[in-house]
Design a binder for this molecule. Sequence first.
Ligand SMILES: [Zn+2]
Length: 72
Amino acid sequence: MKKSYKIEVDCANCANLMEQAAKKTSGVKDATVSFMALKMTVDFEDGADPKAVMQDVLKACRKVEPDCEINF
Ligand SMILES: [Zn+2]
């Protein structure tokens, strides 16, 4: 299951770090971040609860970029 989320991040480098952090989060099959579109697309594992997974994704992203925001 794929979902897209609007994100707030200050530069392409941080967007890339957010993508790496999201990919490593459990429940995430794959993730891509577009800095140009300020969008994160997450492909969830089967049976994963997107809201719960996104809370972990946001936590992981805040470790690499404390000011980032994901609207989910
Ligand atoms: Zn940055």
